[in-house]
Design a protein around this ligand. Structure first.
Ligand SMILES: NC(=O)C1=CN([C@@H]2O[C@H](COP(=O)(O)OP(=O)(O)OC[C@H]3O[C@@H](n4cnc5c(N)ncnc54)[C@H](OP(=O)(O)O)[C@@H]3O)[C@@H](O)[C@H]2O)C=CC1
Ligand SMILES: CC(=O)C(=O)O
Ligand SMILES: [Mg+2]
Length: 794
């Protein structure tokens, strides 16, 4: 195989891929603490005093206050930000009545989405009760606990009675999300799709497949948006809803048509809109072809739609197609709504989610899709320029503007329609508060993944016979992040893959010891000898060293046979980076390398340096390290705001160590006036604005949110990152090696599969910046070396 042109076409076996996804999903849910959520205290609860406040006797005080004034429950407890996601498991996704236990992963998942998209806390409650009246009594009794109730995956028609009864009997917002969440999102998408297709909603002919919870709410909102009852033909599992049927309940009867001999195929002919909220694969390409000009098809059954995106769009060009899935354009899924709708409702303490609030959400969503898409969204979805049109009729779930757009619209509508107990006067302040809730972390990781996927590179995994590395390599290939090249003993690697059901069939394996690599090894040895002959390596040693996979891998990168390398997991970090320094060397103008960690903390992303390379830097060297880290921070599209750390604050201690950091800060400022940097200072200072303002108002960082911490020496940096990671619970990405001409990253011992994947992302992005060398260059380079060898042999 010629690795210079290695770019495998994805030819993975579908069955194997499905098996892999199944295994990954099960592992995701079961690894570590089983499930996806935990309860975390929001107050200090460490000392005896804390405990006496949190619990007895202190806790009696808020109890008494609430007893005197029930509304104070919002003041002294978590109720106001707590939503109950409640289900009996009778209509879980498109899986049907699988019961409350089997539905729990979905409810926990919903909890996760509420939290990450809108900072709302959730208790998921699965109730073993199918009787609607009993179910209502149970949920009703939970009112003291929750600020809102999200009913989920409860089958029709029971769900209609349950929701109606609870809305009437409870004083907090209750919403059955499969009904109204779906209706709101698909309503917004429908308005935009019809606008693009130049069709009027009043005239549009609808075919609706499914007459359950979601479908019924959707048609009702479409009617509220202007659609006409008489233009709907609806189907349930027994066929078309027609007036001759005796099994139709009150809700279904509203949509019953006169004719009884219509099947889905006939109904689709000349229809303008198809909406599927039923089960997978019930619509054919022929049916789509028979629809009117410029049709709209929303096939929203989960996880498999009524017709796949690919089949429907292949059937005709003038279609606007949407599914409930995230892996195709136009994801019409209730995740776009519930976090933001509840956020708005909770923030004004609305007693219900009424029609005005729902329609406000529809309008906010529809309008947002017409505004320019921010870079972070394009980046997150690996698109260059998403804009309003057939493939972008509705905002993307990862759009960070959703929260500050939909929630205020819902909150305003609640106030205007008289169901809000709390008023918002300063909408600008409210928007700022909403944006703060989001945090940058998730956005950064998503953007990184997408940036890598835009231009995947060839990354050598030097320790491919390690099961974690092999797993990571298989996943990054599967996700289109990079083209992994596996180094190591082929037999061993294949055995590990087999044992762990990993599909590595597309991935090349190179064994630097094997005779098949002899020609390359000799070429690499030549080059290495040429580079190191006056630095202690003779020709024999150069040949020998090329059997070492770190040397071999680095040489692949140097010679253009790969774009980057991930090595480790190793005990001896210094030993592993040596080949990179010897073979690849530092970037132009860079005197030294340094190690950086990106920590995703509760206070946002923090970049820490130097955590792995330079033991006791001089002031000049510390300034070099800070510059390297600052440069890397900019590649994350962030402005570095740097605190130079010490045990002293601005000269409070006159020791040589403290003075060294002050001097490094001075050097940095001298080199670049625009750099936002200050020090020396203690680590807590930049995060404590009050102390900063009161005592050090002169500091350049007084009003800055610091994101970069430079440590005085390796001990401090390494210890700090370790503590933040293990004790502080921060997610650590690194060590990211800075200053090399080309990307080589060395993993720390014990790195998880997740951190190896993150490092692969970083290596690809690094390679995108550094490896301008294209395939032709690489071929030329290789030939040049061969030419040199030829001359020498003569
Ligand atoms: N994209 C999204 O955001 C959402 C998607 N959904 C999806 O919509 C689907 C329905 O969910 P939900 O309304 O909560 O569930 P329900 O159980 O309440 O409704 C299912 C409906 O589909 C009908 N149905 C079943 N099989 C067929 C068939 N072969 N042909 C026609 N109709 C059929 C049922 O008929 P009958 O009434 O006779 O039993 C029922 O009316 C699921 O796949 C779910 O994943 C749901 C919510 C949100
Ligand atoms: C998305 C959702 O709620 C469902 O498919 O049931
Ligand atoms: Mg659901």
């Amino acid at each position: 195989m010629d690795y210079r042109v290695y770019m495998p076409a994805k030819n993975r076996n579908m069955d194997k891929q499905i098996q892999l996804r199944k295994q990954q999903a099960l592992e995701y849910h079961s690894k570590g603490r089983p499930g996806k959520i935990e309860v975390v205290p929001t107050k200090e609860a460490k000392t005896q005093r804390d405990l006496s406040l949190a619990y007895s006797p202190g806790v009696a005080e808020p109890c008494k206050e609430i007893f005197n004034n029930k509304e104070d429950v919002y003041k002294y407890t978590a109720k106001g930000n707590l939503v109950g996601v409640i289900s009996n498991g009778t209509a879980v996704l498109g899986l049907g009545d699988i019961g409350p236990e089997a539905g729990k992963p979905v409810m926990e998942g919903k909890g996760v989405l509420f939290k990450i998209f809108a900072d709302i806390d959730v208790f998921d409650i699965e109730i073993n009760e199918k009787d609607p009246e009993k179910f209502v009594q149970i949920v009703k009794s939970l009112e003291p606990t929750f600020g809102g109730i999200n009913l989920e995956d409860i089958k029709a028609p029971e769900c209609f009675y349950i929701e109606k009864a609870l809305r009437e009997q409870m004083n907090i917002p209750v919403m059955h999300d499969d009904q109204h969440g779906t209706a709101i999102i698909s309503g917004a998408a429908l308005l935009n799709a019809l606008e693009i297709q130049k069709k009027k909603i009043e005239k549009a002919r609808f075919v609706i497949n499914g007459a359950g919870a979601a479908a019924m709410a959707c048609v009702q909102i479409y009617v509220a948006l202007g659609a006409r009852y008489e233009n709907f033909t609806m189907f349930d599992i027994d066929g078309v809803l027609h007036t001759g049927r005796t099994d139709l309940d009150e809700v279904k009867r509203k949509f019953a048509v006169q004719k009884s001999d219509i099947n889905l195929e006939k109904a689709m002919k000349d229809a303008d809109v198809f909406v599927g909220l039923s089960v997978r694969n019930v619509v054919t390409q022929e049916m789509v072809k028979s629809m009117a000009k410029n049709p709209v098809v929303f096939a929203m059954a989960n996880p498999e739609p009524e017709i796949s995106y690919d089949l429907a769009t292949a059937a005709r060009k003038d279609i606007i197609m949407a599914t409930g899935r995230s892996d195709y354009p136009n994801m019409v899924n209730n995740v776009l709504g519930f976090p933001f709708i509840f956020r708005g409702a909770l923030d004004v303490r609305a007693s219900q989610i009424n029609e005005a609030m729902k329609l406000a959400a529809v309008k906010a969503l529809a309008d947002l899709a017409k505004t320019p898409v921010p870079d972070i969204v394009n980046l997150a979805y690996n698109q260059k320029n998403m804009s309003f049109g057939p493939e972008y009729i509705i905002p993307k779930p990862l759009d960070p503007r959703l929260l500050a757009t939909v929630s205020p619209a819902v909150a305003k509508a609640a106030i205007d329609s008289g169901v809000a107990k709390v008023k918002i006067d300063d909408w600008e302040a409210y928007t700022i508060e909403l944006n703060k809730r989001l945090g940058l972390d998730n956005q950064i990781m998503r953007a990184l993944g997408a940036k890598a996927r835009r231009d995947p590179k060839r990354i050598v995994f030097a320790e491919a016979d390690n099961v974690k590395v092999l797993k990571a390599a298989s996943i990054v290939y599967d996700e289109g992040i990079c083209y992994p090249i596996l180094l190591g003993n082929e037999e061993k690697i294949r055995r590990i893959a087999e044992e762990n059901t990993l599909d590595i069939s597309d991935l090349p394996i190179i064994d630097p010891h094997h005779e098949s690599t002899e020609e390359k090894r000799n070429l690499y040895a030549e080059v290495f000898f040429w580079k190191r002959q006056r630095k202690g390596f003779n020709y024999y040693e150069s040949k020998k060293v090329m059997s070492d996979r770190n040397h071999y891998g680095c040489m692949m990168v140097e010679m253009g046979d790969a774009d980057g390398m991930i090595s480790g997991l190793t005990r001896d970090y210094a030993e592993t980076i040596r080949p990179a320094l010897q073979i690849i060397g530092t970037e132009e103008g860079v005197k030294r390398i340094a190690g950086m960690y990106l920590l995703l903390t509760k206070k946002g992303p923090l970049f820490l340096g130097d955590t792995t390379v330079n033991f006791n830097p001089t002031a000049e060297e510390l300034a070099d390290i800070a510059e390297l880290v600052a440069k890397e921070v900019k590649t994350f599209n962030l402005t570095p705001r740097i605190a130079m750390l010490s045990y002293s604050n601005f000269g409070s201690n006159n020791s040589p160590e403290a003075r060294l950091v002050a001097e490094a800060t001075r050097i940095l400022k001298e080199r670049d006036r625009t750099l936002i940097v200050d020090g020396e200072m203690q680590a807590s200072l930049p995060f404590n604005k009050e102390i900063m303002r009161d005592n050090y108002p002169f500091s350049e960082l007084v009003n800055e949110d610091v994101n970069t911490l430079i440590f005085p020496n390796l001990s401090a940096g390494n210890v700090a990152y370790g503590l933040l990671k293990e004790v502080g619970g921060a997610d650590a990405i690194g060590p990211i090696l800075l200053g090399l001409k080309k990307p080589v990253h060395v993993l720390q011992l014990g790195s998880s599969v997740r951190s190896i994947i993150n490092m692969a992302n970083i290596a690809v992005i690094d390679a995108q910046l550094k490896c301008k060398l294209n395939t032709d260059d690489a071929v030329q380079r290789s030939q040049w070396w061969k030419g040199r060898k030829g001359k020498k042999d003569k």
